[in-house]
Design a binder for this molecule. Structure first.
Ligand code: DP6
Length: 321
């Protein structure tokens, strides 16, 4: 009597970045972070615990994958549910093909919801967020829709995300430019570890990230989009500066990332309110208000081609389907 549960979770873009762990096993972060869940990109995952299975089975976008990380995550679920049954996991990423925007955040948020249900658990949102965190830190934020804060906490119990109120008439939108869809040179997991261990600037990051978070939350309450965007952009640049100050140093930016950043800066001088952020890769995400999407997407399309430009608005919480 194996029951299948299917969940959908959306990706999120961090505006105050999570960059560095204080506990690698439990995935406890060094700083609080803040993100926007996106409507356009999501992962759909089905989980079935089945007594007939000898091993866990993991299919991603139709092909069989090495499921070590997934199995390790399922072990956490099995332990919670006190079961010892293998599972079949079928996962489908709904991001435009080769966009390079597939994320571990939507993947583990969907897996946490589907697997916990299929194992017979009924977790509340806080517990789900804590569980998703164990797969990938940023996944704890994808349990919720809209603006979300991840409270770093001090242990497994106290490190989880919660939603922030989205003010009326604060129509934040993201215009993403795909600079390079290939796999990243260095994973966020390895990159942030190296930064914590070797960057002489890491203590300054932890201090200023806390200030950035406080100020961006104030800007949200005041619906001050300029301040909101400025803080997000600066915070992202500080993260990338950390990477360049690590030993050995590394850098996710590519020539076209810089080119896109300069286009955004130029648009800003022309009076368009827009700011950029980049995660552990070269793709540039422009934060703007809905009213300016056309001009920003149009300008980026002129330089890079329309097929490289994707627009996403605020997305919903993870849910069963
Ligand atoms: C740059 O959540 O992918 O996107 O916890 O090791 O799986 P792990 O890392 P991950 O890191 C995301 C880093 C980031 C910033 C962010 O999303 O906050």
């Amino acid at each position: 009597n194996a029951t299948t549960y299917t969940a959908r979770a959306h990706t999120n873009i961090a505006l105050i970045k999570y960059w560095g762990k204080k506990d690698e096993e439990l995935i406890l972060p060094m700083n609080n972070s803040l993100s926007l869940t996106l409507d356009r990109f999501y992962t759909e995952t089905s989980v079935t615990f089945d007594e007939q299975l000898k091993d866990d089975l993991f299919l991603l976008d139709g092909s069989r994958e090495n499921g070590n990380k997934v199995s390790k995550f399922l072990d956490i679920v099995r332990k919670k549910a006190e079961i010892n049954i293998k599972a079949k996991v079928i996962s489908q990423n709904h991001v435009p093909s080769t966009a390079g925007l597939a994320s571990s955040a939507s993947a583990y948020a969907a897996l946490a919801l589907a697997a916990s249900k299929a194992a017979g658990l009924s977790l509340d949102k806080k517990e789900l967020s804590r569980l998703a965190r164990r797969g990938s830190g940023s996944a704890c934020r994808s349990i919720y829709g809209g603006l979300v804060e991840w409270q770093k906490g001090t242990d497994d119990q106290t490190s989880f995300a919660y939603p922030l109120e989205m003010p009326n008439n604060f129509e934040i939108t993201m215009v993403a430019l795909v600079v390079n869809a290939d796999y990243k040179k260095i994973s966020s997991r390895a990159g942030m570890k190296r930064v914590v261990e070797t960057s002489p600037y890491y203590p300054a990051w932890v201090q200023t990230a806390a200030k950035d978070l406080k100020n961006i939350k104030q800007a949200i309450v005041e619906r001050d989009f300029e301040t909101f965007g400025e803080i997000a952009e600066e915070n992202a640049m500080k993260m990338h500066a950390l990477n360049m100050s690590a030993h050995p140093h590394f850098n996710y930016l590519e020539p076209n990332s810089i080119k896109a950043m300069q286009i955004v800066e130029k648009l800003r001088l022309e009076g368009v309110s827009c700011y950029y952020t980049l995660d552990a890769g070269p793709n540039v995400k422009v934060i703007c208000l809905k009213r300016d999407v056309k001009v920003i997407a149009g300008t980026l399309s002129d330089s890079f081609g329309q097929e490289k430009v994707l627009v996403a608005g605020p997305g919903p919480a993870a849910h069963l389907i």
